[in-house]
Design a protein around this ligand. Structure first.
Ligand SMILES: [Zn+2]
Length: 193
């Protein structure tokens, strides 16, 4: 979540710089919201009585890049404006990349072609579970998600990562602080100029 907010802020700054438009408050607010938007399916999961301890399937509602990104971009371009649509596409893509590294069982990058989930480079390893093999690209069969969670997962991942200052969490906290500083320094610089 923290890295998504950071990425949304930096994406807003990047879009404003690339298109040579002002870094307005709407871009700065929409960037993080767009970067968090795929996790609306986690709220749906909570609304159905789920929790972070049994959330292995929540990503199968909106975490579908080949569907979520183009439909979202087209909808925003038609209903709002193309700049916001571009920002949405960048931020949603960043979210899916983030969700493919570290926590959970990746993203169904090629859905509807295949329901397989893909993760890259690093997967959080709970201390009390057996280690899984290290790979650059992990491909998980959709039908095996519950088994994977049982073998390698951590139902207390929020507490063990974000509340116990795991390096993954420290990186996210640092990225958020750096992005907030960068964006506000940039705005201040613009105001001075
Ligand atoms: Zn997500």
């Amino acid at each position: 979540m923290f890295l998504d907010i950071a990425f949304g802020l930096i994406a807003a700054l990047g879009v404003s710089t690339a298109l040579q438009i002002p870094l307005t408050w709407d871009l700065m607010i929409l960037g993080p919201l767009f970067a968090l938007s795929p996790d609306i399916d986690f709220l749906i999961h909570l609304g159905r009585g789920g929790s972070s301890k049994n959330d292995d399937r929540h990503r199968e509602i909106l975490h579908l890049p080949l569907i979520f990104i183009p439909i979202g971009m087209l909808g925003i371009a038609f209903l709002m404006n193309p700049v916001w649509a571009l920002l949405f596409g960048i931020c949603a893509l960043g979210h899916f990349i983030h969700d493919s590294i570290g926590i959970g069982w990746g993203v169904q990058w090629l859905f509807p072609v295949t329901s397989d989930h893909y993760s890259f480079f690093y997967i959080y390893q709970p201390k009390h579970k057996e280690p899984h093999p290290k790979k650059v690209v992990y491909r998980w069969k959709n039908a095996e998600i519950e088994k994977l969670a049982e073998l390698y997962g951590d139902p207390d991942w929020i507490r063990n990562i974000y509340l116990q200052f795991h390096p993954y969490a420290l990186f996210e906290y640092a990225a958020l602080i750096a992005s907030v500083i960068e964006v506000f320094v940039y705005r201040h610089y613009l105001i001075i100029v």
